[in-house]
Design a binder for this molecule. Structure first.
Ligand code: FE2
Length: 383
């Protein structure tokens, strides 16, 4: 995240001697993106971060693709049978070379630590409460949070109330949109959110655990377990621009207009292969002949994934909380019959939804056949 943060103690200069009271040196580790050319943080360990005591099992992640017709889709993910911790509960649903989108119904705290080595992750918290614990510090999580975890952060999730979440893994970095930031990286006056809305880790005292600590590392195609000689949550301090952070969807300040404005006004994050947008409660357009419902549209370069959080979604029918619709590129879609007329004169919407528009076609996991609404492609028919 492009703003500076500092926690704990750090030396007055980078890369100089930095010692404990007993005169032993702390272990500096640089964590950086794009080689040494983008954001980074310098983190200071009590113990060497490099000491691997065991290379464990390789666990492949095989996603069986759904072989089926090409059509608009509606999946009722509320009905998925998912349980376990924040990693084992994940059910991959949609995927391409840029992203894997999972759903997870989490009812257990994680017993091991986890690091995604090849993807940034965004956890969208549908419901529940817990604590995100990481080598950078801890953050409480609640309904509506987008938890943004750059690859490389070591973390675990402790459950206070069972958590339902949408998980987006991204091959590219997940960032705030370029057009929201000025040349210094600050979120601008007309951005729908700013740094004040972003939560960052609370510092925790370093752990001096002597026993080896298992870390599950997610890499392309599966998971690799490692045992580290020292607990990775052993920092006395860190500073820089690289760390996990949280933005809550309810802090998104919607942009509204005289006539219907297109989805880019809802953009919240960017990644090279997709964007994430937030549809939040807002006032409708104020032209005296405005049509609040959207027009039919064909985004010929995007697959459009909509995840419905809560509220009545203005342009759809038959949708329930935690439904996912997918409108693949090449198929026009828009409000269903009656929804345009029904929107006329309406002053506001209470919809809450997350949209993920991918720039390459998505594949579907075969488990989706169990929660598929096969009538959805015909839901635009006049009755
Ligand atoms: Fe759309």
């Amino acid at each position: 995240m492009p703003f500076y943060q500092k926690r704990g103690i750090v030396p007055e200069k980078r890369h100089i001697q930095f010692r404990e009271k007993n005169n032993s040196l702390y272990w500096e580790e640089l964590v950086s993106r794009e080689g040494f050319s983008s954001i980074y943080s310098n983190i200071y360990h009590v113990q060497p971060p490099t000491n691997v005591s065991g290379v464990g099992d390789w666990i492949p992640l095989n996603i069986k693709p759904l072989q089926d017709t090409h059509r608009n889709r509606h999946f009722k993910t509320h009905h998925l049978k998912s349980s376990g911790d924040a990693i084992s509960a994940r059910i991959p649903l949609l995927f391409n070379q840029d992203t894997i989108i999972h759903k997870a119904h989490v009812d257990q705290s994680m017993g091991i630590l986890y690091r995604n080595g090849h993807h940034d992750e965004v956890l969208f918290i549908q419901s529940g409460k817990g604590q995100f614990c990481s080598n950078f510090g801890n953050m409480n999580i609640k309904h509506g949070d987008y938890v943004v975890i750059p690859r490389g952060v070591i973390w675990q999730l402790i459950i206070h109330d069972p958590i339902r979440m949408l998980v987006v893994e991204s091959s590219g970095p997940v960032e705030t949109p370029n057009r929201y930031r000025n040349r210094f990286g600050q979120l601008m006056e007309d951005s729908p959110f700013c740094e004040r809305d972003i939560r960052t880790p609370n510092f925790i005292e370093p752990k001096y655990q002597k026993n080896p600590v298992d870390v599950l590392v997610r890499i392309q195609g599966g998971y690799q377990t490692y045992s580290y000689e020292h607990h990775p949550f052993d920092l006395v301090g860190w500073d820089g621009f690289y760390f996990p952070w949280i933005f809550n969807i309810n802090d998104f300040m919607p942009i509204t207009g005289k006539v219907h404005l297109p989805p880019p006004i809802h953009q919240t994050f960017q990644s090279p292969g997709f964007v994430i947008c937030s549809f939040v409660p807002r006032l409708y357009d104020y032209h005296d002949k405005a049509i609040p419902a959207p027009y039919a549209h064909s985004n010929v370069d995007s697959d459009e994934v909509l995840y419905y959080v809560k509220g009545k979604f203005m342009s759809r029918k038959g949708i329930e909380s935690e439904s996912i619709t997918v409108h693949p590129m090449g198929l026009p879609h828009g409000p269903q019959p009656g929804k345009i007329e029904a929107s006329l004169g309406k002053k506001e919407t209470i919809e809450l939804a997350v949209m993920i528009d991918t720039f390459s076609p998505l594949q579907y996991a075969d488990i989706l056949s169990t929660i598929d609404d096969s009538d959805y492609p015909y839901s635009w028919q006049e009755s």
